[in-house]
Design a protein around this ligand. Sequence first.
Ligand code: ZN
Length: 294
Amino acid sequence: MKKLIIEVRMNETARKDANPNVPYTPDEIVADAIACAEAGAAIVHFHGRDAAGNETSDPEVYRQIVSGIREKSDVLIHPTLGQFFGGAGPDERMAHIKALAEMGLAPDMAPLDTGSNNIDMFDWQAGEFVGDGAVYVNTGANLRYMAGRMREWGIRPQLCSWSIPNLRLAGAFLAAGLVPAPAFVTLVLSGERGIMGHPATEAGLRAYLDNMPDEAMEWSVLCGGREIFDLLPMILREGGHVSAGLGDTTYASLGQPTNADVVRAIAAMAREHGREVATPEEARMMLGKQLQPA
Ligand code: ZN
Protein backbone atom coordinates (compact mmCIF):
# COMPACT_ATOMS: atom_id res chain seq x y z
CA MET A 1 0.00 0.00 0.00
CA LYS A 2 1.06 3.57 -0.70
CA LYS A 3 3.18 5.10 2.05
CA LEU A 4 1.66 7.78 4.27
CA ILE A 5 2.97 11.34 4.06
CA ILE A 6 2.67 12.99 7.47
CA GLU A 7 2.76 16.77 7.51
CA VAL A 8 2.94 18.41 10.91
CA ARG A 9 1.04 21.68 11.38
CA MET A 10 3.26 23.00 14.11
CA ASN A 11 1.69 26.21 15.36
CA GLU A 12 -0.82 28.08 13.13
CA THR A 13 -2.43 30.58 15.55
CA ALA A 14 -2.31 28.26 18.60
CA ARG A 15 -1.02 29.73 21.87
CA LYS A 16 1.19 28.37 24.62
CA ASP A 17 -1.59 29.08 27.16
CA ALA A 18 -3.45 26.15 25.59
CA ASN A 19 -0.38 23.89 25.30
CA PRO A 20 3.08 25.19 26.28
CA ASN A 21 4.65 22.91 23.65
CA VAL A 22 3.38 25.14 20.80
CA PRO A 23 6.62 26.50 19.27
CA TYR A 24 7.04 30.28 18.85
CA THR A 25 10.69 31.28 18.36
CA PRO A 26 12.91 30.15 15.48
CA ASP A 27 14.92 27.97 17.90
CA GLU A 28 11.75 26.33 19.20
CA ILE A 29 10.39 25.78 15.68
CA VAL A 30 13.69 24.31 14.44
CA ALA A 31 14.01 21.93 17.42
CA ASP A 32 10.37 20.89 17.11
CA ALA A 33 10.70 20.34 13.33
CA ILE A 34 13.73 18.08 13.81
CA ALA A 35 11.94 16.09 16.53
CA CYS A 36 8.87 15.73 14.26
CA ALA A 37 11.02 14.54 11.34
CA GLU A 38 12.59 11.92 13.63
CA ALA A 39 9.09 10.85 14.69
CA GLY A 40 7.96 10.33 11.07
CA ALA A 41 6.95 13.71 9.63
CA ALA A 42 7.93 14.25 5.98
CA ILE A 43 6.71 17.88 5.81
CA VAL A 44 6.82 20.62 8.43
CA HIS A 45 4.38 23.54 8.19
CA PHE A 46 4.82 26.59 10.43
CA HIS A 47 3.97 30.25 10.90
CA GLY A 48 6.75 32.65 11.92
CA ARG A 49 6.10 34.04 15.41
CA ASP A 50 7.79 36.61 17.58
CA ALA A 51 8.84 35.83 21.16
CA ALA A 52 5.39 36.87 22.44
CA GLY A 53 3.79 34.43 20.02
CA ASN A 54 2.40 36.99 17.60
CA GLU A 55 2.52 36.10 13.93
CA THR A 56 5.34 37.74 11.96
CA SER A 57 6.40 37.69 8.31
CA ASP A 58 9.88 39.01 9.15
CA PRO A 59 12.19 37.41 6.55
CA GLU A 60 14.94 37.14 9.18
CA VAL A 61 12.70 34.93 11.35
CA TYR A 62 12.01 32.71 8.33
CA ARG A 63 15.70 32.65 7.38
CA GLN A 64 16.65 31.40 10.85
CA ILE A 65 13.96 28.72 10.74
CA VAL A 66 14.66 27.41 7.22
CA SER A 67 18.45 27.45 7.54
CA GLY A 68 18.23 25.86 11.01
CA ILE A 69 16.06 22.99 9.76
CA ARG A 70 18.10 22.46 6.56
CA GLU A 71 21.32 22.16 8.58
CA LYS A 72 20.01 19.08 10.34
CA SER A 73 17.25 17.51 8.25
CA ASP A 74 16.01 16.87 4.72
CA VAL A 75 12.36 17.23 5.86
CA LEU A 76 10.19 19.14 3.36
CA ILE A 77 9.73 22.74 4.48
CA HIS A 78 6.34 24.44 4.08
CA PRO A 79 6.05 27.96 5.58
CA THR A 80 2.81 29.90 5.52
CA LEU A 81 2.14 32.93 3.34
CA GLY A 82 0.54 34.77 6.25
CA GLN A 83 -1.03 38.23 6.39
CA PHE A 84 -4.27 37.06 4.94
CA PHE A 85 -6.73 39.33 6.73
CA GLY A 86 -4.94 42.63 6.14
CA GLY A 87 -5.97 43.09 2.52
CA ALA A 88 -2.37 42.39 1.55
CA GLY A 89 -1.58 41.97 -2.15
CA PRO A 90 0.11 38.85 -3.49
CA ASP A 91 3.61 40.35 -3.51
CA GLU A 92 3.24 41.41 0.11
CA ARG A 93 1.93 38.00 1.09
CA MET A 94 4.90 36.31 -0.57
CA ALA A 95 7.61 38.83 0.45
CA HIS A 96 9.26 36.48 2.96
CA ILE A 97 9.13 33.57 0.48
CA LYS A 98 10.78 35.73 -2.20
CA ALA A 99 13.43 36.81 0.31
CA LEU A 100 14.13 33.15 1.13
CA ALA A 101 14.40 32.27 -2.58
CA GLU A 102 16.87 35.12 -3.11
CA MET A 103 18.96 33.83 -0.20
CA GLY A 104 19.13 30.36 -1.78
CA LEU A 105 16.74 29.08 0.90
CA ALA A 106 13.58 28.60 -1.16
CA PRO A 107 11.24 26.37 0.81
CA ASP A 108 9.99 23.14 -0.79
CA MET A 109 6.33 24.19 -0.65
CA ALA A 110 4.07 27.14 -0.03
CA PRO A 111 0.30 27.18 0.37
CA LEU A 112 -2.26 28.37 -2.14
CA ASP A 113 -5.77 28.41 -0.73
CA THR A 114 -7.82 27.95 -3.87
CA GLY A 115 -10.75 30.23 -3.15
CA SER A 116 -12.08 33.00 -0.93
CA ASN A 117 -13.87 31.97 2.24
CA ASN A 118 -15.71 33.46 5.20
CA ILE A 119 -14.02 32.58 8.46
CA ASP A 120 -16.82 32.41 11.01
CA MET A 121 -16.83 30.78 14.43
CA PHE A 122 -20.05 29.75 16.14
CA ASP A 123 -20.64 28.58 19.69
CA TRP A 124 -23.42 26.01 19.31
CA GLN A 125 -24.04 25.68 23.07
CA ALA A 126 -24.54 29.42 23.54
CA GLY A 127 -26.17 29.85 20.13
CA GLU A 128 -23.87 32.80 19.39
CA PHE A 129 -21.23 33.82 16.90
CA VAL A 130 -17.73 34.21 18.33
CA GLY A 131 -16.19 37.46 17.07
CA ASP A 132 -17.10 39.30 13.91
CA GLY A 133 -15.60 36.80 11.49
CA ALA A 134 -13.40 37.69 8.55
CA VAL A 135 -13.16 37.13 4.83
CA TYR A 136 -10.10 35.36 3.49
CA VAL A 137 -9.72 36.74 -0.03
CA ASN A 138 -7.98 34.69 -2.72
CA THR A 139 -8.95 35.92 -6.17
CA GLY A 140 -8.32 33.68 -9.15
CA ALA A 141 -5.99 36.30 -10.68
CA ASN A 142 -3.89 36.54 -7.50
CA LEU A 143 -3.70 32.75 -7.19
CA ARG A 144 -2.54 32.40 -10.80
CA TYR A 145 0.07 35.09 -10.22
CA MET A 146 1.32 33.44 -7.02
CA ALA A 147 1.47 30.01 -8.70
CA GLY A 148 3.64 31.58 -11.41
CA ARG A 149 6.04 33.13 -8.91
CA MET A 150 6.31 29.83 -7.03
CA ARG A 151 7.16 28.03 -10.27
CA GLU A 152 9.95 30.58 -10.93
CA TRP A 153 11.39 29.93 -7.49
CA GLY A 154 11.09 26.14 -7.74
CA ILE A 155 8.49 25.96 -4.99
CA ARG A 156 5.66 23.41 -5.14
CA PRO A 157 2.23 24.89 -4.25
CA GLN A 158 0.22 22.99 -1.70
CA LEU A 159 -3.37 23.57 -2.85
CA CYS A 160 -5.63 23.98 0.13
CA SER A 161 -9.38 23.35 -0.41
CA TRP A 162 -11.95 24.46 2.15
CA SER A 163 -14.89 23.21 0.10
CA ILE A 164 -15.72 21.42 -3.15
CA PRO A 165 -15.67 24.67 -5.20
CA ASN A 166 -12.11 25.27 -3.93
CA LEU A 167 -11.24 21.72 -4.98
CA ARG A 168 -12.69 22.34 -8.44
CA LEU A 169 -10.47 25.41 -8.79
CA ALA A 170 -7.47 23.26 -7.78
CA GLY A 171 -8.48 20.85 -10.56
CA ALA A 172 -8.63 23.75 -13.03
CA PHE A 173 -5.13 24.86 -11.98
CA LEU A 174 -3.87 21.37 -12.71
CA ALA A 175 -5.69 21.19 -16.07
CA ALA A 176 -4.31 24.62 -17.05
CA GLY A 177 -0.76 23.52 -16.26
CA LEU A 178 -0.41 26.18 -13.54
CA VAL A 179 0.75 23.53 -11.07
CA PRO A 180 2.71 20.37 -11.83
CA ALA A 181 1.20 16.89 -11.64
CA PRO A 182 0.55 15.28 -9.34
CA ALA A 183 -1.05 18.24 -7.57
CA PHE A 184 -0.77 18.08 -3.80
CA VAL A 185 -4.13 19.11 -2.34
CA THR A 186 -5.09 19.53 1.29
CA LEU A 187 -8.74 18.90 2.09
CA VAL A 188 -9.87 21.08 4.98
CA LEU A 189 -12.27 19.70 7.57
CA SER A 190 -13.19 21.87 10.51
CA GLY A 191 -14.43 21.18 14.01
CA GLU A 192 -17.69 22.21 15.58
CA ARG A 193 -16.94 25.92 16.11
CA GLY A 194 -15.24 26.67 12.81
CA ILE A 195 -18.06 26.46 10.31
CA MET A 196 -16.02 27.35 7.22
CA GLY A 197 -14.78 23.90 6.17
CA HIS A 198 -16.48 20.61 5.52
CA PRO A 199 -17.62 18.98 8.77
CA ALA A 200 -14.95 16.77 10.31
CA THR A 201 -16.92 13.60 9.68
CA GLU A 202 -16.62 10.69 7.30
CA ALA A 203 -19.46 12.25 5.27
CA GLY A 204 -17.57 15.56 5.08
CA LEU A 205 -14.48 13.81 3.77
CA ARG A 206 -16.50 11.50 1.50
CA ALA A 207 -17.99 14.55 -0.25
CA TYR A 208 -14.49 15.69 -1.26
CA LEU A 209 -13.44 12.21 -2.38
CA ASP A 210 -16.58 11.81 -4.48
CA ASN A 211 -15.71 15.06 -6.24
CA MET A 212 -11.98 14.74 -6.89
CA PRO A 213 -11.53 16.57 -10.20
CA ASP A 214 -8.45 14.72 -11.40
CA GLU A 215 -6.68 11.45 -10.69
CA ALA A 216 -3.31 13.22 -10.72
CA MET A 217 -3.79 14.45 -7.18
CA GLU A 218 -2.20 13.35 -3.93
CA TRP A 219 -4.52 14.47 -1.15
CA SER A 220 -3.99 15.13 2.51
CA VAL A 221 -6.56 15.85 5.22
CA LEU A 222 -6.42 18.75 7.65
CA CYS A 223 -8.75 18.88 10.62
CA GLY A 224 -8.91 22.41 12.05
CA GLY A 225 -10.03 22.78 15.67
CA ARG A 226 -10.32 19.06 16.26
CA GLU A 227 -8.20 15.92 16.64
CA ILE A 228 -7.84 13.85 13.49
CA PHE A 229 -7.63 10.39 15.09
CA ASP A 230 -11.18 9.16 14.54
CA LEU A 231 -10.95 9.98 10.82
CA LEU A 232 -7.55 8.34 10.38
CA PRO A 233 -8.86 4.84 9.55
CA MET A 234 -10.85 6.26 6.62
CA ILE A 235 -7.96 8.45 5.43
CA LEU A 236 -5.58 5.48 5.60
CA ARG A 237 -8.00 3.14 3.85
CA GLU A 238 -8.73 5.61 1.04
CA GLY A 239 -5.05 6.25 0.28
CA GLY A 240 -4.84 9.80 1.63
CA HIS A 241 -2.20 11.59 3.64
CA VAL A 242 -2.37 13.53 6.91
CA SER A 243 -1.68 17.11 7.93
CA ALA A 244 -2.05 17.60 11.69
CA GLY A 245 -0.47 19.03 14.81
CA LEU A 246 -0.73 21.42 17.73
CA GLY A 247 -1.63 24.19 15.27
CA ASP A 248 -5.06 22.53 14.94
CA THR A 249 -5.94 21.69 18.53
CA THR A 250 -4.22 20.83 21.82
CA TYR A 251 -4.48 17.06 21.23
CA ALA A 252 -5.53 16.71 24.87
CA SER A 253 -6.34 13.02 24.38
CA LEU A 254 -2.52 12.55 24.49
CA GLY A 255 -2.19 14.63 27.71
CA GLN A 256 -0.01 17.66 26.99
CA PRO A 257 1.82 16.38 23.91
CA THR A 258 4.54 17.85 21.74
CA ASN A 259 4.08 17.93 17.99
CA ALA A 260 6.44 14.95 17.78
CA ASP A 261 4.11 13.01 20.13
CA VAL A 262 1.19 13.72 17.77
CA VAL A 263 3.27 12.58 14.76
CA ARG A 264 4.30 9.40 16.62
CA ALA A 265 0.68 8.59 17.45
CA ILE A 266 -0.38 9.05 13.80
CA ALA A 267 2.57 6.97 12.56
CA ALA A 268 1.72 4.16 15.01
CA MET A 269 -1.92 4.09 13.91
CA ALA A 270 -0.84 4.09 10.25
CA ARG A 271 1.38 1.06 10.77
CA GLU A 272 -1.44 -0.75 12.57
CA HIS A 273 -3.54 -0.17 9.45
CA GLY A 274 -0.84 -1.41 7.08
CA ARG A 275 0.47 1.95 5.88
CA GLU A 276 4.19 2.56 6.30
CA VAL A 277 5.29 6.15 6.81
CA ALA A 278 7.08 7.99 3.97
CA THR A 279 10.48 9.52 4.61
CA PRO A 280 11.05 13.05 3.28
CA GLU A 281 12.90 11.55 0.31
CA GLU A 282 10.02 9.17 -0.43
CA ALA A 283 7.54 12.05 -0.12
CA ARG A 284 9.58 14.01 -2.70
CA MET A 285 9.37 11.07 -5.09
CA MET A 286 5.62 10.67 -4.55
CA LEU A 287 4.93 14.37 -5.08
CA GLY A 288 6.97 14.65 -8.25
CA LYS A 289 10.32 15.41 -9.66
CA GLN A 290 10.09 19.14 -9.10
CA LEU A 291 10.70 18.57 -5.42
CA GLN A 292 14.42 17.95 -5.48
CA PRO A 293 16.37 17.72 -2.24
CA ALA A 294 17.79 21.09 -1.28
ZN1 ZN B 1 -0.79 27.45 8.38
